[in-house]
Design a protein around this ligand. Structure first.
Ligand code: HDE
Length: 704
């Protein structure tokens, strides 16, 4: 039987004028394909396509013809759409932005982009999780990558950091082992994006140098509220070199201007199900709405004399320098003001490398950094498939690039002339320059050994420092995280070994985790290579200690229904936006709610699709009838119960009473339950919500 082709899918008969390719980018030139427009659909060779619905066949029911180059080209290209995902940091979210220095840093560095406060240097940032695959969720317990590419006039500078200032291991030799142990177990292919399994804790418990970073990874730092509310760190000690060749040691920091904040573990678990793209969406939406994320660049600078007298080795990436010892000087600001045009072309293909430095910035001998200097270039060869990855638009420097490297897989540059060598005398060609990058002449000597320096031997002191510097709620979360992770470990010997380390970090931590696991007295005795030393607490290591009272950049979820009080909603909206926060309306029906005047009020989210874990505080603006109705609805009850359990501020009208009761929330439970009976109480609600969470509530919710 011959089937008739519907008109909409029949071959196009209209003629089109081909749209000229546009050229755009951060500096590199690229053909951009824009969707829509009146452009003709073509093959990759530019041949106009007359039918994009049907392959070429011998008769309407006959075999497909091999000569169908349109089909073959399309399928071939599709078959190769994926490139290998990053072995670590596979899941990432990117954004464009700019960086500006506050004042010339001439005395410290000759890096051109750090001299002129009027100059904006374009950047591309990629945030990532470490262990999960590209399609994993945004909120596992994990370290976050914080990689910044500065497109400077003297070449690209990549600051490839993390959101935790130290690392698990001291020597690059152990990186493949670390990563193998944390990724999915080799035989079974799970768990995805989770450190809570035997191989990770087996490795970690056999490597005391991981203890400091483990304590950070078990803290709330590993479950950030938003990529906009996360600190970043260069981790290693680097060098800044000024025009006179003077070297100063530096540690790089990024500080979000709206403060750092994290979610609670139970929120992370629920967000992972309700919105696996929680962080990516949040970043995208913030930038789309003009609410640009900002981070200040901070420097901790110090000299050789300090390095010599400091208790720890500044080349050891498992150690930090407390801010109370060397203050962080804020020297500039990065603003993320543009979303990528294309996720693959930019976020996926961007290639960072700690070895991408500019004159004025240099390395130290940190053995972890030294290993990284090899790895990142090497990894691009398998990931991007060619030594020409620097020609991909997102990776191209904005300054001229001239050298004698030629050809290779997928070369884009059409080099002119015959001078592909140097020295030459046959014409003008690029030459070395005196102001070019020159390595700092740090003296190197010593026998060729495979040996760790004695100065790297202390593995517990800074873990203890970190733990002791936390506030009570933060310590409780560390205990709970260790208990959760070790609770998932099936091999008893791994658990008892790890408990031994926790005792060395801090006896009360070890005891608390033992109690939580009901393994009192089970810890192995582990003799530290070097006993921990007592250090003064560093309050700057606590997120809560530094947390500003603010709603800026936060989201308030307001649950409404038919006949909600419009005057109250208006007052809430004004007060919340005056704080730089966003109000989101949630209702049982995505189609909106009826107002008392007979209109329909549009809303932002349907209740089933927007649990309270998406918001920083909530308000229940419900009429008497709506409160009684929603008290019978599980999604509404969970909305309130979770908000309470997650220590959020809850504003409510009198009508919400049955719902609060059903969720087991007493009106007077604490000062985070705010009555919105009168309009003025909106200010009280906003004032309390600025505290972000009601920490005093937490101990009342945990019996064990
Ligand atoms: Fe990485 N790391 N890393 N790393 N790393 C990669 O490079 C590596 C380390 C970091 O968004 C890979 O292009 C080794 C520390 C970030 O594209 C790879 C060692 C820190 C990103 C690699 C380390 C980082 C990566 C995988 C130990 C914080 C994502 C894909 C010697 C200071 C960048 C790629 C992006 C990515 C190797 C340790 C941060 C395999 C060998 C320490 C943020 O080359």
């Amino acid at each position: 039987m011959t089937k008739r082709v519907p008109p909409s899918t029949s071959s196009a008969t209209t003629t089109h004028t081909p749209a000229p390719p546009t050229r755009r980018g951060h500096g590199g030139e690229t053909h951009q394909q824009s969707p829509g427009g009146d452009g003709t659909l073509t093959t990759n060779q530019g041949t106009p396509i007359s039918d994009n619905q049907n392959s070429l066949r011998a008769g309407t029911r006959g075999a497909t013809l091999l000569e169908d180059f349109v089909l073959r080209e399309k399928i071939t290209h599709f078959d190769h759409e994926r490139i290998p995902e990053r072995i670590v940091h596979a899941r990432g979210s990117g954004a464009h932005g700019y960086f500006q220095v506050y004042e010339p840093l001439t005395e410290l560095t000759r890096a051109a982009f750090l001299q002129d406060p009027a100059q904006k240097t374009r950047v591309f940032v990629r945030f990532s999780t470490v262990a999960g695959g590209a399609g994993s969720v945004d909120l596992p317990r994990d370290v976050r990558g914080f990689a910044v590419k500065f497109y400077t006039e003297e070449g690209n500078f990549d600051l490839v950091g993390n959101n935790i200032p130290v690392f698990f291991i001291q020597d690059a030799m152990k990186f493949p082992d670390l990563v193998h142990s944390v990724k999915m177990e080799a035989d079974r292919g799970f768990p995805q994006a989770a450190s809570a399994h035997d191989t990770f804790w087996d490795f970690a418990s056999l490597m005391p140098e991981t203890m400091h970073m483990l304590t950070w990874a078990m803290s709330d730092r590993a479950i950030p509220r938003s990529l906009r509310m996360m600190e970043g760190f260069g981790v290693h000690t680097f060098r800044l070199i000024n025009a006179a060749g003077k070297s100063t040691f530096v540690k790089f920091h990024w500080r979000p201007t709206i403060g750092s904040q994290s979610v609670l573990w139970d929120e992370a678990v629920k967000i992972s199900g309700a919105d696996p793209d929680f962080h990516r969406r949040d970043l995208w939406e913030a930038i789309e709405s003009g609410n640009f994320p900002e981070y200040e660049l901070g420097l901790q600078v110090f000299d050789e004399a300090f390095a010599d007298e400091f208790e720890f080795d500044i080349l050891d990436a498992t150690k930090l320098i407390p801010e109370e010892v060397v203050p962080v000087r804020l020297v500039g600001k990065m603003v993320l003001d543009r979303n990528p045009d294309n996720f693959f072309a930019e976020t996926e293909q961007v290639a960072y490398h700690p070895g991408h430095v500019v004159p004025g910035i240099d390395f130290t001998e940190d053995p972890l950094l030294q290993g990284r200097l090899f790895s990142y270039l090497d990894t691009q060869l398998s990931r991007l498939g060619s030594s020409n990855f620097h020609e991909i638009p997102i990776n191209r420097p904005v300054c001229p690039l001239r050298n004698f490297q030629r050809d290779g897989h997928m070369r884009q540059t059409v080099a002119q002339g015959r001078l592909n060598y140097e020295p030459n005398s046959l014409g003008p060609s690029p030459r070395e320059v005196a102001h070019g990058f020159a390595s700092h002449p740090a003296p190197q000597s010593g026998p060729k050994v495979r040996e760790r320096s004695e100065t790297f031997a202390d593995h517990y002191s800074q873990a203890r420092l970190f733990y002791r510097s936390q506030t009570e709620p933060e310590r409780l979360h560390i205990i709970k995280a260790f208990s959760f992770e070790l609770g998932k470990v099936e091999t008893l010997a791994v658990r008892t070994r790890m408990l031994g380390h926790l005792h060395n970090i801090e006896p009360s931590l070890g005891a608390a985790v033992e109690k939580a696991l009901r393994m009192e007295g089970a810890a192995d005795r582990i003799e530290p290579a070097r006993p921990p030393i007592e250090l003064s607490a560093s309050p700057a290591l606590s997120m809560l200690h530094k947390a500003p009272e603010t709603l800026k950049g936060r989201k308030i979820g307001v649950l409404i229904s038919d006949d909600s009080d419009m005057a109250l909603l208006d007052a809430l909206k004004n007060a919340i936006s005056a704080e730089g926060a966003e109000l989101k309306l949630i209702a049982p029906w995505v189609g909106g709610v009826r107002t008392s005047k007979g209109g329909v009020l549009a809303i932002d989210h349907a209740l089933v699709a927007a649990p309270s874990v998406f918001f920083d505080a909530v308000a229940l603006v419900l009429s008497v009838g709506a409160g009684a109705l929603l008290a019978k609805d599980a999604a509404a009850v969970d909305f309130v119960r979770d908000a309470f359990g997650h220590l959020k501020v809850i504003g409510h009208t009198a009508g919400a009473a049955p719902l609060l009761a059903k969720a087991n929330v007493a009106h007077s439970a604490d000062d985070g339950i705010v009555s919105l009976a009168v309009l003025q109480s909106v200010n009280t609600f906003v004032g309390v919500a600025k505290r972000q969470r009601i920490w005093a509530r937490e101990p009342t919710l945990h019996a064990l």
